[in-house]
Ligand binder design. Structure first.
Ligand code: UGA
Length: 431
């Protein structure tokens, strides 16, 4: 199939690369010239394991190219995928201006029938708007199909080739059939719905996963008070097939470019039709508060934080990504600075991105995990990078000024900690 992908952000780039790997001819479009040049030179602007290799292979095979010329890409393709950003507006609502612009650009470029596929996460009703925009500007036939994306950062290529399901929202059976064909080799779980339900599935899925995380985080907080271990509790719950084991890892809450934005957007979507989504509002509140556990624990162990040196391990919102959008580390570090602490921070790959959000004279940007721990009054682990798990705890203890370790992701086992002299505090476990 001939495919144009508009937007080379996370979703667009990964989808474009993976569709080319499946044998399709893909042209990816971005309006930023420098990004297109970079991609044509074989460089990937995001950190995503495995993506560059697949991209270069398919570009060399002539199945994948990058351009700023949207019109040409649209004219050459049967399927046009919209994968532009839908950032949050200050109200929490999704900003649809990039989507609307893409629809106008497609309408003004097309010269024959197109299937316009929306992969961006969009509020219910947006595909209807896209249809109106295109129909208002072009006399050529087209169909709009909603195919929400469920890939995770850090395992995006693997997720794309091994999806749990593909959701296709369509009005026209023939168009749905073509999009089913495009995905048939990936999974048997292809669900075809009306367009509004497909749009809702995406938000409901992310909101449900966020709910699982906030739920287990509150259970963890209660476990700390009653002397239970949230890891065992989650394991015991997860064996129930109706609950399932995933997304029950207690920690310092979810971050990233999706859950925070999509939960807010769904609260707004509900509010717009006079429905107060009380449960989801609580999920968001619990998530914000969970980050503060780190600060509360530090204060319990160190007293006043003014003048203290705090080592921070992990700045990315989760491991295997350099993405720091809405990372708990941002708010935690800002609060520590406000309290008068100085910071020694280390992340394997996310430091440069993080410094665009928070930079301060009282933060030392360290080149390694032990370097960050050097002389610190306490260490807080905020992202569960594998290298932190593998660290030699004895050496770590000797490197810190005080042997205080606050493990925000429950990385270390009780046994390993018991062999050391650490004052150790984790999330929802007896310490
Ligand atoms: C999430 C969804 O998992 C994807 O299905 C979806 O496609 C994507 O959002 C999106 O809408 O684009 P992602 O944000 O990449 O993917 O990351 P996740 O692996 O889901 O993790 C999100 C956050 O939840 C991280 O901060 C992680 O640390 C946290 N988390 C996850 C927990 O605290 N506990 C868990 O048990 C699982």
């Amino acid at each position: 199939m001939k495919i144009a992908v508009i937007g080379t952000g996370y979703v667009g780039l990964v989808s474009g690369v993976c569709f080319s790997e499946m044998g399709n001819e893909v042209i990816c479009v971005d309006k930023v010239e420098a990004k297109v040049q970079m991609l044509n030179a074989g460089q990937v602007p995001i950190y995503e394991p495995g993506l560059q290799e697949v991209m270069v292979k398919n570009a060399e095979a002539g199945r994948l190219s990058f351009t700023t010329d949207l019109g040409e890409a649209v004219r050459k393709s049967e399927v046009v995928i919209i994968a532009v950003g839908t950032p949050s507006l200050p109200s929490g609502e999704a900003n649809l201006s990039f989507i609307e612009q893409a629809a106008r650009d497609i309408a003004l470029s097309m010269e024959d029938y197109k299937i316009v596929v929306t992969k961006s996460t969009v509020p219910v009703g947006t595909n209807g708007k896209i249809k109106e925009i295109i129909a208002g500007l072009s006399a050529h036939p087209f169909d709009v199909v909603s195919v929400p994306e469920f890939l995770r950062e850090g395992s995006a290529v693997r997720d794309t080739f091994n999806p749990d399901r593909i959701v296709i929202g369509a009005e026209n059976e023939a168009a749905a059939g073509r999009i089913i064909e495009l995905h048939r080799s990936l999974t048997d779980n292809i669900i075809v719905t009306d367009i509004r339900s497909a749009e809702m599935i995406k938000y409901a899925s992310n909101a449900f996963l966020a709910t699982k995380i906030s739920f287990i985080n509150e259970i963890a907080n209660i476990c700390e008070k009653v002397g239970a271990d949230v890891t065992s509790v989650a394991e015991g719950m997860g064996y129930d097939n109706r609950i399932g084991p995933s997304f029950l890892k207690a920690g310092i809450g979810y971050g990233g470019s999706c859950f925070p934005k999509d939960t807010q957007a769904l609260i707004q979507i509900a509010g717009n039709v006079d429905y107060e989504f009380k449960l989801l509002k609580s999920v968001v509140d619990v998530n914000r508060d969970q980050r503060y556990n780190i600060l509360r624990k530090l204060e319990t162990l160190l007293g006043d934080l003014n003048g203290k040196i705090i080592a921070i391990w992990g700045l990315a919102f989760k491991p295997n990504t350099d993405d720091v959008r809405d990372a708990p580390a941002i708010e935690i570090i800002q609060e520590l600075l406000k309290a008068g602490a100085s910071i020694r921070a280390y992340d394997p790959i996310a430091t440069a991105n993080f410094r665009q959000w928070v930079d301060h004279d009282s933060i030392a940007w360290c080149s390694g995990a032990l370097d960050a721990a050097e002389g610190a009054d306490a260490l807080c682990l905020l992202t569960e990078w594998q290298e932190f798990e593998q660290v030699d705890l004895k050496t770590l203890q000797e490197t810190l000024r005080k042997p205080i370790l606050i493990d925000g992701r429950n990385v270390y086992s009780e046994e390993r900690i018991a062999e050391t002299g650490f004052v150790y505090s984790s999330i929802g476990r007896p310490n």
